[in-house]
Design a protein around this ligand. Structure first.
Ligand SMILES: O=P(O)(O)OC[C@@H](O)[C@@H](O)c1c[nH]c2ccccc12
Length: 349
């Protein structure tokens, strides 16, 4: 029996004004038979792009029935975010169709070299280069910082020695925005910027570029290889860098087989359950994966759950040359000083 309630946004397009009575019905799941046939199950991807069994509400006369089943109920938070994103993009695309974004690209600020900034910071400090994240909130941790001034935080990160910045742009779940990305770019900050978004449509890449992104994230548990390939080609066309994020061995296997990926991120947080375990970075860099990565000279980014100099040393030992850190820095009253605390030394000069 499915017991989770269906997120409100899924009703937005089907809600009728004249409804006086609503019933919520739960349907017995069919054991996954119909859902697995309609889900994106190639390459082991379990996250479905959108509800598979049509709208959850049905009107019969004055009644609205909500038929809740496996096909219209997200199985985890990541799937919920993706379904929401799909609706959001459809609406945004109506307001800003691709042809209008293509025009806006002409006045976008020039692209900076994200990977180059990481490499030179690593060479300069001998420690993993820092991608510091401008992150107000997350579904797992709630609000991280109430007095949130994105440009001030970005400035503090740059002064504290960050090589690059990551800016969350998802509004609904992370309280971020594309306005934050654009404002940081406009402010004269020199660190290259990663657009931290749930990208499922090439349109989002064009949009991110018009706002000044130098790099963007692709999540392997959401995107099949063909999409990762296609989107990294678009990145190349603009001179943008891609950070492709994996969480487990099979995603790592897939990503290592794709050519032209600039950066591989290992997320220590499972986005479906929120569990954080920094030994995941070590585990995924052992054995043949580690060898291939060393041969290819790909920069691996250790992501999430890093709080102390010991954590940084641990992932460096495992083989990462960069780290992506949000919570432990953004929570400090002075996020710049937070960097020195995280590394156990000043990495700004
Ligand atoms: O705040 P943390 O634990 O330092 O994590 C930062 C970053 O890794 C995390 O925000 C993140 C990694 N991958 C993501 C994908 C989407 C949203 C957020 C993320």
């Amino acid at each position: 029996m499915v017991t989770r309630s269906i997120p409100e946004y899924l009703f937005e397009n089907t809600r009728r004004n004249n409804i006086s009575i609503k019933c919520v019905l739960s349907q017995e799941s069919d054991g996954g038979a119909s859902s697995s046939s309609s889900s994106v199950d190639n390459q082991g991807i379990k996250i479905r792009r959108r509800p598979t069994s049509g709208p959850p509400s049905h009107a019969v006369g004055p009644f609205e029935f909500r038929l809740q089943n496996d096909g219209n109920t997200p199985r985890n938070i990541l799937e919920e975010i993706i379904w929401n994103k799909d609706v959001e993009i459809t609406q945004l695309k109506e307001k800003k169709p691709l042809y209008s974004l293509k025009k806006a690209l002409d006045s976008a600020p020039p692209v900076r070299d994200f990977v180059g900034a990481l490499r030179s910071a690593y060479l300069r400090t001998g420690a993993p280069a820092l991608i510091a994240e401008v992150k107000k909130a997350s579904p797992s941790r709630g609000v991280l910082r109430e007095d949130f001034h994105p440009v001030n935080i970005a400035q503090a990160y740059e002064n504290g020695g960050a090589a690059c910045l990551s800016v969350l742009t998802d509004e609904k779940y992370f309280q971020g925005s594309f306005e934050n990305l654009a404002a940081i770019r406009r402010s004269g900050i020199k660190c290259p910027l990663l657009c931290k978004e749930f990208i499922i449509d090439a349109w989002q890449i064009y949009y991110a570029r018009t706002k000044g992104a130098d790099a963007f994230l692709l999540i392997a548990s959401v995107l099949p290889d063909a999409d990762i390939n296609y989107m990294s080609k678009i990145a190349k066309k603009f001179g943008l860098s891609t950070l492709v994020e994996v969480h487990n061995e099979s995603e790592m296997d897939r990503v290592l087989r794709i050519d032209g990926i600039d950066l591989t991120g290992i997320n220590n947080r499972n986005l479906e359950t929120f569990e954080v375990d920094i030994s995941n970075t070590k585990k995924l860099l052992e054995g043949k994966h580690g060898e291939i990565i060393r041969q290819k000279d790909t920069i691996v980014v250790g992501e999430s759950g890093l709080f102390t100099p010991d954590d940084i040393a641990y992932v460096q030992e495992a083989g990462v040359k960069a780290v992506l850190v949000g919570e432990s820095l953004v929570k400090q009253s002075d996020p710049g000083r937070g960097i020195a605390d995280l590394y156990g030394r000043n990495i700004s000069s």
